[in-house]
Write a protein that binds this ligand. Structure first.
Ligand code: FAD
Length: 499
């Protein structure tokens, strides 16, 4: 007799949402989390009265999250207060000038139109195209299994309208943006979102160019910090009997005759279960926790062929003044070609970028209670390769962060350097230590075309019975809504196949 019906490894969004949904199915569920909190990349920590988000800074495309809470018998916005962000983002140029995009489509058309009249009109064409894509794919693709070709055919049969968008899988993000916009400044301000899938505009799949539109359907910040989303799943799961243990690192998945039968913890304790759900990086799961000896050769080779996604550097800044910013998100990234060049010249060569490529998140603009009165929080994300050539992140990180803040003080956030009261830095290596994500990967596995949908590690394992995957490295990929969709998909598959 197994100790539990299901053991879930990891309490990131994919794991904790799946666990709550499985508890709702009446299963005896145990969640094992190696850190001391839920949420993984979508978590929040407190230092000296400042609340810093570990990674994720906003949530958009909330349909999968709404659906998951509905399946739990409640409503997303009853469980978590969502603060709408408007403007969506402010693009800050080296001369200090800014382009701010408001939430409304009309307002954005006006801003683009001032940069280039023809592009202002084109904006409506892009918006119409991607609004239609959202309608056709959000249910059919993002919240449905993509385990095999049969699933893909079912997707199309149920919703033939999605075929119209197939060409986006054969083109790049950059090509889509260049097709719609001719002005270089417009192209620049619409291109950095390719990094939301961990790739430069030239390599990101064309369908990611949906993001500059989808943000206009609403971007939100949860009052109390990003951790409020996984905390809501935890609260509901626990009320349904789900157990959660912190500081419980899984070292091995117990496998017999190609069936998962439980886990072994780092302290040697073995816990058995009928099913195992993994919320950890799929490459690490299969090659380390399960072990190559349990994998057929084709899965062994396949798994080794995946690349882990991009890593980054986070600077968590507490400051004693109101930073002169104009939006919850501000960007300081160069022209489109520079985004591609950065990837090949610096990121791939293990160089710390010389320029200030970054995303500045200002959560206290939306929720002032996240800092002591009169103070503010800035979570600044910089690009950073995991492996540095001839340098060590531990030795370089404070120098790099201080240089970054000094540079930002010159053109983007005047006087910031004189107002910093707290500075914490998390490098790609720290991300790996904190979340056990190999290579400090922020989206699990790379999200290029060869690793999408049916080509991504399957939600229902194809080689180990009783094993299910959630999180950024399975379909539909990285991001808060996608990983919650993955939890929802795994729970639906378990309901179907594991009576
Ligand atoms: C810097 C950054 C910025 C981002 N910005 C955004 C954003 O603004 N909007 C957005 O939608 N997405 C954003 N993302 C992506 C999004 O946060 C992630 O894709 C998503 O939260 C990942 O969820 P997950 O289910 O894959 O789990 P993860 O967050 O990867 O969590 C996995 C959990 O498993 C635990 N774990 C790992 N190994 C073990 C083990 N052996 N035993 C037990 N527990 C283990 C970890 O401690 C962790 O808690 C960002 C990510 C980062 C890093």
């Amino acid at each position: 007799m197994a100790d539990y019906d299901v053991i879930v490894i990891g309490a990131g969004n994919g794991g904790i949402s799946c666990a709550a949904l499985l508890a709702k199915q009446g299963r005896k569920v145990l969640v094992l989390e190696q850190s001391d909190r839920v949420g993984g990349c979508c978590s929040t920590f407190v230092k000296d009265g400042y609340h810093f988000d570990v990674g994720a800074s906003i949530v958009e495309v909330i349909y999968p999250i709404e659906l998951a809470f509905k399946m739990l018998g409640t409503e997303f916005q009853k469980e978590v207060e969502l603060i709408p962000c408007d403007p969506i983002y402010s693009y800050i140029f080296r001369d200090g000038s800014r382009v701010n995009y408001p939430l409304s489509l009309e307002g954005t058309a006006e801003v683009i139109g001032k940069l280039n009249e023809a592009d202002g009109k084109q904006w409506y064409k892009l918006a119409d195209y991607f609004a239609e894509m959202m309608k056709q794919t959000i249910e059919a693709f993002f919240t449905s299994p993509a385990n095999n070709m049969v699933d893909m055919l079912k997707m199309v049969a149920k919703n033939p309208g999605i075929l119209k968008f197939l060409p986006l899988f054969a083109t790049s993000y950059q090509d889509v943006i260049k097709k719609y916009f001719k002005d270089e400044v417009v192209q620049q301000t619409m291109s950095f979102q390719s990094f939301y899938c961990g790739l430069p505009p030239e390599l990101a799949p064309g369908f990611i160019a949906l993001i500059p539109y989808s943000e206009h359907e609403g971007i939100y910040y949860p009052r109390g910090g990003m951790i409020q989303i996984p905390e809501a799943f935890r609260r509901i799961g626990e009320s349904l009997g789900m157990e959660l243990r912190f500081n419980a690192k899984v070292d091995k998945v117990l496998v017999r005759n190609r069936r998962a039968e439980g886990v072994r913890l780092a302290d040697g304790t073995e816990i058995t279960s009928k099913l195992v759900v993994s919320n950890v990086n799929a490459k690490k799961l299969y090659l380390e926790y399960i072990g190559e000896e349990h994998l057929p050769w084709i899965n062994r080779v396949g798994m080794k062929s995946y690349e882990v996604s991009m890593s980054c550097m986070m600077m968590y800044v507490g400051c004693d003044y109101r930073p002169p910013l104009e939006a919850h998100h501000s960007l300081t990234i160069g022209p489109l070609q520079m985004m591609n060049d950065f990837w090949y010249n610096e990121y791939k060569n293990g160089q710390i970028p010389e320029d200030v490529y970054g995303l500045i998140c200002w959560p206290t603009e939306s929720d002032p209670a996240l800092a002591p009165e009169g103070h503010h929080v800035l979570n600044i994300m910089g690009m950073g390769p995991y492996r540095l050539q001839g340098q060590s992140w531990d030795e370089e990180k404070m120098r790099v962060a201080e240089k970054f803040i000094n540079e930002l003080s010159k053109f983007a956030i005047p006087d910031l350097k004189d107002h910093v009261t707290v500075l914490e830095v998390s490098t790609p290596v720290d991300f790996e230590r904190r979340l056990l994500s190999p290579g400090g990967a922020i989206y699990g596995l790379q999200m290029d075309i060869p690793a999408q949908a049916v080509f991504r590690p399957a939600s229902r394992s194809k080689c180990i019975k009783g094993l299910y995957l959630t999180g950024a490295s399975t379909h539909p990929g990285g991001g808060v809504p996608s990983t919650i969709a993955s939890g929802l998909i795994a729970s639906t598959l378990i309901e179907k196949y594991e009576k």
